[in-house]
Design a protein. Structure first.
Length: 153
């Protein structure tokens, strides 16, 4: 389920079945690392698109948590608050999905909720191949998510 009115209406009526939220974490940079941040944003957006398709009816995707590159440690508390509020609303599992390796330093702080996936450069690939690669990534991610569900249940 995506963050739009139609899906949120379903989410509100079917909450007992939709037990997982995914918060994409996306760094933004406007100088030296602008291309890297754009590539990570594209990768995470495409990955969450395919993840949502795989888990439709079980997962809700929130809008991306964006922050200025290099400020991940400062933003960790705010991100934790997003997770707390989702859990307070009845969501059982909250996962933070990122390709920014800086978040790995804060991994312990997020109690096994942080999922880091290395970004794959997509800019020179045609659309069909991009989607094929993302399907492969989702298959790998599927195992990680199922393990985390089992561990946290």
């Amino acid at each position: 389920m995506n963050w739009n009115v139609k899906d949120i209406e379903v989410f509100e009526t079917e909450k007992e079945y939709i037990d997982t939220a995914v918060i994409p974490i996306v760094p933004i940079d406007f100088s030296r690392e602008i291309k890297t941040s754009a590539a990570q944003s594209e990768f995470i957006s495409l990955l969450t698109f395919h993840l949502e398709r795989q888990f439709k009816g079980r997962m809700i995707m929130t809008p991306a948590f964006t922050y200025l590159l290099g400020s991940s440690e400062e933003k960790a508390g705010e991100l934790e608050e997003w997770g707390r509020r989702l859990k307070d609303s009845g969501v059982k599992h909250v996962f933070f999905l990122t390709s920014d390796s800086n978040w790995k330093k804060s991994e312990q702080q997020f109690n096994d909720q942080l999922i880091w996936v290395p970004s794959i450069p997509l800019e020179h690939l045609d659309e069909q191949y991009k989607h094929s690669i993302m399907e492969d990534q989702v298959k790998q991610l599927l195992n990680v998510i199922v393990q985390k569900w089992q561990k946290n249940s």
